[in-house]
Write a protein that binds this ligand. Structure first.
Ligand SMILES: [Mn+2]
Length: 294
């Protein structure tokens, strides 16, 4: 209907003028975000909208678990802010940002559309990103390595409280064993070992992903999936995890000068990144920034 369309245009025009109100913007070569989990109450859509509004990049990588199809199948949850995130991303694509979507396990429905383009968004299984300095990064969600981390979550829950319980259970368990003439066997020690292993699952994941990146001839890897932002060297391979927008509100950014950085949007200092970058002048020196409060 025509009147509806006019309304849509009016709303959009209003949004665009608000967006172009001269707010400081972070300009970057590339930005990676993942694990937004749109369609779940956990998604921090408002913070994400704020981030997307303030960032302007040549390439935006959506590194999986963008829309949580698993949750939506169970229960429909789709507030306006989640719609706004999608609209914001599509608008970036219209305005010349190259948007690349690498589906994850929670939005595996999109894997059927790999090698297609929707509204300016390229859907790919995985891809390579060329850094300014010439290094190549393999971009993948990371669930390929689930074999490594499969047991991590429930084991992690065994943390504090349950561990105390196991000590108690262990006592009763072993007095029973003794009555049956069986030798002592430490349930708590057994479980503690498993929990310790859960902690190492994260590092196992990181090592496995980095190793695969090297096998593919890349200098590094960008992934998500485990909701744990990280940027470090693993045996000569750059391991970058862009984190998530459920708990940590993080993104990976390749600045215009080629510097890679994890931006933590939950920190008030994140605003420091938004100092407008002059076109052909050196960046402000560090002394221009307020001294950190220790
Ligand atoms: Mn995932």
């Amino acid at each position: 209907m025509a009147p509806m369309r006019r309304d849509d245009h009016a709303v959009r025009a209003e949004h665009e003028s608000r967006d172009n109100a001269g707010e400081a913007t972070l300009r970057a070569r590339a930005v990676w975000i993942s694990d937004l989990h749109l369609g779940t109450p956990g998604c921090q859509a408002v913070a994400l909208l704020d981030f997307l509004r303030r960032v302007d990049c040549a390439t935006l990588y959506l590194v999986g678990d963008i829309i949580d199809g698993w949750q939506l199948k169970r229960q429909w949850y789709w507030p306006q802010a989640h719609n706004d995130v999608i609209q914001k991303i599509l608008r970036k694509a219209r305005k010349g940002t190259r948007v690349v979507f690498v589906p994850g396990n929670h939005d595996e429905f999109a894997r059927r559309y790999v090698e297609h383009n929707f509204g300016g968004v390229d859907v790919v299984d995985d891809c390579m990103h060329d850094l300014l300095d010439g290094r190549r990064l393999w971009v993948t969600h990371g669930d390929l390595f689930d074999g490594v981390v499969k047991h991590a979550r429930w084991l992690a829950y065994l943390g504090d409280t349950l561990y105390d319980w196991t000590l108690e259970i262990n006592r009763h368990f072993n007095s029973l064993r003794a009555r049956l003439g069986l030798p002592y066997w430490s349930l708590s020690r057994y479980l503690k070992l498993r929990v310790k292993r859960a902690v190492s699952f994260i590092s196992n994941f990181e090592t496995a992903v980095a190793r695969e990146a090297r096998r593919r001839g890349a200098d590094g890897v960008v992934c998500g999936h485990i909701h744990h932002a990280e940027l470090r060297d693993i045996d000569g391979v750059l391991y970058a995890n862009d984190g998530d927008w459920v708990e940590s509100l993080t993104a990976l950014v390749e600045h215009l000068d080629g510097r890679l950085e994890i931006v933590d949007w939950s920190l008030p200092d994140a605003a420091l990144l938004l100092a407008p970058v002059p076109a052909r002048q050196p960046e402000p020196t560090e002394t221009a920034l307020p001294a950190p409060v220790v």
